[in-house]
Write a protein that binds this ligand. Structure first.
Ligand code: ZN
Ligand code: ZN
Length: 156
């Protein structure tokens, strides 16, 4: 049987909650030894809290990255550097969050040939950079959903 999320990869386990067949990459082992698939893992409160923490760190990293870039552009090019520094700096600012959110969900439609050739990371990085402002907007949507889910989980 092959992985539900990666139809070309052999499954190594079944998810505790939904029973789907999952490959090594999709399997997360809980401290009690239970195995979970990515989507069931996402519905757990502790995962959500962890995700929110990571999200904030990425946002700060993006701010530093964009800020440094802007600083060097102004230092090198003076006033002309402000425009380019702001435009490219903005993309750089969005990149860590965009890459994080885009890269974390296993995509069932990614060809395994790309994955095994190691080109996938490069591809993800390229797409994340070009679409990083869109990625940021999407990420904020996911952030809000995660936050609401985490809060409702904690109240239970
Ligand atoms: Zn599952
Ligand atoms: Zn998989």
């Amino acid at each position: 049987m092959n992985c539900f999320y990666h139809p070309n990869t052999p499954a190594v386990a079944t998810c505790r909650d939904c029973g789907k067949a999952i490959c090594k990459d999709c399997t997360t082992e809980m401290t009690n030894g239970d195995l979970l698939c990515p989507s069931c893992l996402e519905s757990l409160g502790y995962y959500q809290l962890n995700w929110l923490k990571k999200f904030k760190k990425r946002l700060i990293a993006g701010g530093i990255l964009g800020g440094i870039f802007l600083f060097f552009m102004i230092k090198e090019l003076g006033t002309a550097g402000i425009i380019w520094g702001l435009i490219i700096g903005f993309f750089l600012f969005c990149l860590p969050v965009s890459y994080f959110v885009f890269g974390e969900t296993p995509d069932p439609y990614v060809p395994t040939s790309l994955e095994s050739a190691g080109k996938l990371e490069l591809l993800k990085f390229g797409i994340s950079f070009i679409t990083s402002p869109i990625g940021l907007i999407k990420s904020i949507g996911k952030y809000k959903r995660m936050k609401a889910a985490a809060e409702s989980n904690l109240k239970r």
